[in-house]
Design a protein around this ligand. Structure first.
Ligand code: FES
Length: 112
């Protein structure tokens, strides 16, 4: 851990258009996504619709399609796109020398 930032591993360990899951004790998991153009985002691993696991969805552009009913969730805002309504909490992410860091307090708040 670096201050309030939690080091979760190497950027290259997250597949392009894929994700990895960070388990949070006593809370929901956090899904960390990497888009096709290499940007990284972290969200609670729960769809705002009926709690589908977003980490098991398909990343397309800057959104992930929930595996249960195909809602598309913006990776940057956590908002449902299109006609659908709802939002899942996001967590700030930064990359430092190839390592992925997520903001610890925001992670705990998003997982609660
Ligand atoms: S639970 Fe995600 S779209 Fe229904």
């Amino acid at each position: 851990m670096i201050g309030e930032w939690l080091d979760i591993g190497w950027l290259d360990e997250i597949p392009l258009r894929g994700s990895r899951v960070i388990e949070v004790a006593d809370g929901d998991d956090i899904a960390v996504f990497r888009t096709g153009d290499g940007k990284v985002f972290a969200l609670r691993d729960r769809c705002p619709h009926k709690h589908g696991r977003l980490s098991q969805g398909i990343v397309h552009g800057g959104a992930v399609a929930c595996p249960l009913h195909n809602w598309r969730i913006s990776l940057s805002s956590g908002e449902a796109l299109g006609e659908d309504q709802g939002c899942t909490p996001t967590v700030p992410v930064r990359i430092d020398a190839g390592r992925v860091l997520i903001q610890r307090a925001a992670m705990l708040a998003a997982a609660a």
